[in-house]
Each structure stands twice: as structure tokens, then as C-alpha cells.
Design a protein around this ligand. Structure first.
Ligand SMILES: [Zn+2]
Ligand SMILES: [Zn+2]
Ligand SMILES: [Zn+2]
Length: 380
């Protein structure tokens, strides 16, 4: 933790700032997860240790729930899975991902306390939970999770878990958990808690980004294996003393929409420069300004609606891992948008960046690069 220190960021609570000048691309810090779980829907398709998506995973013979690439991944994960494995066997089935994550966090706190290395800047227990700020609907959901947790957690009449404490853990998950993607970066496959990352505050135009490094378990000697971890990387030059920020939401939304999401999920009003000055909002909804002919209002409306439908279909295809479907949908919709929506329109930018990701995964690098270039032009 040589590059950062904790400071009091006023209304934002605690924050992290740089203790030396950083360059674009620098790894500010790397951090393994405190706890992490694979999503319910992908529990047989993604390795529960390294979070890679693979065919023919081996399943844990005891609980028949956990799946791994091989013995190496299984062994590496045993400490994290052991008590979970016993609880799944005794309760007859695995509970939902949120409950599994809460249970893993609690087992780890009991085993190692809430601070697992001297590089960890905060204890897990000290993270904000915002339980008192929850809407009635969210509070109900949280109570359901707490009940499910109590059913799953091994019964020990001498050491019952207080409901308030379990609610605190679920609150922490709700506003601090980080979504993990597979090795292609295409699909969200799980969720985990990274305590240091939780300390990095939000800005819609951030100076850092988070990259997931899946680690390397391929060496024959396990001593050479590296763990799955996140890396916080600087996106630009950051001077010593400047606060480090990441974006909790996709920038490709209008400022009002970003503020709504941030308020709902993270319980704060974003007062970043881009939100207060509505920077780029008009550009994100602009129509094409061609020489002579402007697209008609009717056509703009038609293409905008079609784009919204297409973005939903793309999201579904992504969930199913259908990369060819994603590429086809993006291509079709982008050509319909071509002379109608401006190059800065958020629907165009979203589709271009998705197309670029998918095409590079499909090794169509020239096409992927062309889309990336267009995206960058749109941002400028
Ligand atoms: Zn694995
Ligand atoms: Zn098991
Ligand atoms: Zn903002």
C-alpha cells in the first residue's frame, strides 16, 4: 500500500489519495478478494476458484455444487469452500449467491478476523452498510436474505448469530460488492468483496479503473501460482495528494440517470463536475448533423426505439455467452444508426464498445479496432 493512504473525504466519508505521482496505466494496488462467489446461474459453468468459464468442469463430489477446472483449483479453494461444503450438504441445497457470499464472509471473519493482511486498509466490519437508508422494498429483500442465511448457517445454540449483525453484512454486500467477469471480460460471472477497493470513492469521470486479473494456476509447482485479484489502475496522470476515484456506474448514461442509480444503490447524491454541470448530456442524445439533410424527428424516434430494443437483446445474448449473436445485433443496429444518431449518442457508443469487446474476443482485431477508434472519437 505504498501508493495510497486513507483520508477524510468529508461528506463522502473515508477516501484514498495518492501518496506519490502516478502515471496512466500504473497499478495503484492489487488486492485478492476477501470473499467471492460464482453466480447461481453459472455455478456449473464457471470455476469457483479462478472464475474462468470452461467446458467440462469437475464438481466437488461431496456437495455436488462447487465446480473447478481441476484438482489445483479445487485445492486452492478448499479453505474457502470447506465449511460451505458441509453446510450445503446438511441443508440439502446451495442458497442464493448473496447468502453464500455473506456466509463466506462470516466464516472468513471467524477464521482470520476482518483484516487478513497488513496491506488491508480497513476491517470488513467497518465498511458502510447503509441499512438505515434502505427503502421499504430493499429492507424487505434484506430480511428475506437474512432468513435464508439463518436457515443455511450451521445451528449452534451457544453461538447464535445476531440478526443485526447479519443485516450489517448484507448491507455491506449491497453497497460494496464488486462484480467479477470471466477471463474474456465479456460476462459477469460472480461477485466479491475487496475491502481496499471499497474505500475508493466514486466520480462519473474517474481517474482510475478496476481490472480483474484471474491469476495463474498453470504452473506445475503450486508455489508459483498467483491468486485471482483486482488491480486498481490509474487512467491518467494523478499527482501526489489527489483523491483516487473509480466510477460505480456506466458513464454512458445521462447525468440524471447516473444520479438516480447512485442514489438507489449507493445512497449518495453525486455532485461530481459532470453531474452538476450536465456535461455531455446533450451530446449523448444528439442527432446526426449532416451536410444539408437532417434526419426527420420521426426517423430519430424510430431509430432510438429500435436501439433501446437492440440493447436489451444484446444484454440477453451476453448473458447466454452468445458472442456471434451480440456481434450480429450490434452490426445491424449500428448501420441503422449511422446517418441518424450523432457519433456522441450514448446508444451508438454503447453498441460500439460492446462490438469492439466481442470482436476482439472473436479475434477479429481489425474490425474491433475500427469500432474502438469510433468510440474514442465519440468520447472526445
Ligand atoms: Zn479454475
Ligand atoms: Zn463441496
Ligand atoms: Zn456524477
Amino acid at each position: 500500500m505504498d501508493n495510497v493512504e486513507v483520508f477524510d473525504a468529508g461528506v463522502k466519508g473515508r477516501g484514498l489519495k495518492a501518496t506519490r505521482d502516478l502515471l496512466a496505466g500504473d497499478v495503484v494496488f492489487a488486492e485478492p478478494s476477501f470473499s467471492a462467489v460464482v453466480f447461481d446461474s453459472l455455478s456449473t459453468a464457471v470455476c469457483h476458484n479462478c472464475f474462468r468459464q470452461q467446458a467440462n468442469l469437475h464438481r466437488c463430489v461431496q456437495c455436488k455444487f462447487a465446480h473447478y477446472c481441476d484438482r489445483t483449483c479445487q485445492t486452492a479453494c478448499w479453505n474457502e469452500h470447506k465449511k460451505e461444503c458441509a453446510a450445503i450438504r446438511s441443508s440439502g441445497s446451495a442458497p442464493s449467491e448473496n447468502v453464500r457470499l455473506a456466509a463466506r464472509m462470516l466464516w472468513r471473519i471467524q477464521r482470520d478476523t476482518g483484516v487478513v493482511s497488513d496491506g488491508q486498509l480497513t476491517s470488513v466490519d467497518e465498511l458502510v452498510d447503509h441499512v438505515s437508508d434502505l427503502t421499504d422494498e430493499d429492507r424487505e429483500e434484506l430480511q428475506i436474505d437474512v432468513h435464508k442465511f439463518m436457515d443455511f448457517w450451521p445451528k449452534n445454540p451457544r453461538k447464535p448469530q445476531p440478526v443485526e449483525y447479519i443485516s450489517h453484512i448484507f448491507g455491506i454486500i449491497k453497497c460494496n460488492a464488486f462484480t467479477l467477469s470471466d477471463q474474456r471480460g465479456l460476462q459477469a460471472v460472480g461477485v466479491g468483496l475487496f475491502p481496499n477497493l471499497c474505500m475508493v470513492n466514486h466520480d462519473c469521470w474517474p481517474n482510475c479503473t478496476v481490472i480483474l486479473n484471474h491469476g495463474n494456476q498453470s504452473a506445475l509447482n503450486p508455489a508459483l501460482h498467483s491468486k485471482r485479484r483486482i488491480e486498481l489502475r490509474a487512467l491518467e496522470k494523478v499527482a501526489e495528494g489527489v483523491e483516487l476515484t473509480v466510477s460505480y456506474v456506466d458513464f454512458l448514461n445521462l447525468s440524471a440517470e447516473r444520479q438516480r442509480i447512485l442514489k438507489k444503490q449507493y445512497h449518495f447524491n453525486c455532485t461530481c463536475k459532470h453531474c452538476t454541470e450536465h456535461i455531455k448530456d446533450d451530446l449523448m442524445m444528439a442527432a446526426k448533423e449532416g451536410e444539408g439533410s437532417k434526419p426527420s424527428a420521426e426517423l430519430i424516434k424510430q431509430v432510438t426505439t429500435a436501439s433501446e430494443e437492440c440493447l436489451e437483446k444484446v444484454a440477453q445474448c451476453r448473458l447466454q455467452g452468445d458472442v456471434h449473436g451480440v456481434a450480429r445485433l450490434c452490426g445491424e443496429c449500428l448501420s441503422a444508426q449511422e446517418n441518424v444518431l450523432a457519433d456522441t449518442h450514448l446508444y451508438k457508443l454503447r453498441l460500439q464498445s460492446t462490438a469492439s469487446e466481442v470482436l476482439s474476443f472473436m479475434h477479429a482485431f481489425a474490425e474491433a479496432a475500427a469500432y474502438s477508434r469510433k468510440t474514442i472519437d465519440g468520447y472526445m
